[in-house]
Design a protein around this ligand. Sequence first.
Ligand SMILES: *Cc1c(COP(=O)(O)O)cnc(C)c1O
Length: 452
Amino acid sequence: MTSIEYRLPQVRRVVTELPGPNSAALTQRRKAVIGAGVASSVPVYAADADGGVIVDVDGNSLIDLGSGIAVTSVGASNPAVVAAVQEQVAHFTHTCFMVTPYEGYIAVAEKLAELTPGDFDKRTVLFNSGAEAVENAVKIARHATGRDAVVVFDHAYHGRTNLTMALTAKAMPYKAGFGPFAPEVYRAPMSYPFREGLNKDGSAITGAQAAARAISMIEKQIGADHVAAIVIEPVQGEGGFIVPADGFLPALSEWATANGVVFVADEVQAGFCRTGDWFAVDHEGVVPDLITMAKGIAGGMPLAAVTGRADLIDAVHAGGLGGTYGGNPVACAAALASMSQMDELDLRGRAKHIEEMVTTRLRTLADEFDIIGDVRGRGGMLAIEFVESGSIEPNPAVTKAVSSAMLAEGIIILTCGTYGNVVRLLPSLVISDELLTEALDVLEAVIRKVAA
Ligand SMILES: *Cc1c(COP(=O)(O)O)cnc(C)c1O
């Protein structure tokens, strides 16, 4: 593995209260001009970022365990990405691929064909955001199958556009007041081992059983031959970093194949080395028909993609897919550089190493504190689910207390979960061991204090 060079000192340094005076002043300016619907979970304004740190406008250096929601896996100013962007931006910023195409778009598609699972002929279409990719995967599946229904799951998050709101499970804050929603969207039960009941004999419900439950609902309530697509996050993100029981995804994917249903893996959050593989489906050898990607793909530049079976994607007539900015040349240059960095820096290996470091610590904590209901996740996508002591009752108050206390200590940490009771760790995959250890030390002290 090439060693990682950092531009900014990789230190936690808190020199003001958080947020500091300059951040507070920006919050005041913001209130006068920015829509209240856009909320920031950490009211500290960024001035610089590199590796595992964000330096704010008051000179505080914060450890970043959020990576802008799993985006800056290669770092927020990875030198190879910066150089590729500078090179491209000096030549042209945009021509529109639908007007005057360029090579970068093709090179990204070639790379995605190579990295995504499946040895069939593949095609790719590029977009700007995760929601747009998911929405287009549904367009493709409907067009190719001539069917309407789309199956999604409890706790799912797929975006904020009208169709993807309908696909998303949680009302507050994503859907409340924004209806009516797109029709022909059906929600099936997820495999959520921590909250799953047990079989009568006390054994855990298996992935295969959870899949059978979902399939039975689909067959009885929709009818297999009406279903265009199953859309699922192989590891759920926003909904609580839920890792389905082994066997759940393979069984769903097999059922989809047998019934002419397009299996769409929404890898927007879990993809690009985040879980220790290129894609989270790789863990169980699941080969989706279509994969949606965004977040980690381009080192922070806005880019999204749908990659999958050529027969499905090519079923769409010319002009049926696209967009003015989709596959922007600067974003494509960033994606190519990011994907090579992932290889050169062995970020799959780094993600597995992070998992080992973090889960060892967190499991010890879970043994000690009964407000920790579950520790789960894969690679650099890890979570703690907080509960009321001695039960599985969600504990959002403790979750909030932990994230606020972490910020006061100079560490950015995000929460998630249908019940708002999950703290998620999504460090950049280039974070140093020293910085991560420091963050875990502080997390342990904070949990100790909150639990007391
Ligand atoms: C973030 C996310 C989306 C939406 O992506 P945007 O770029 O915010 O539109 C879709 N699916 C999953 C799994 C996500 O995590």
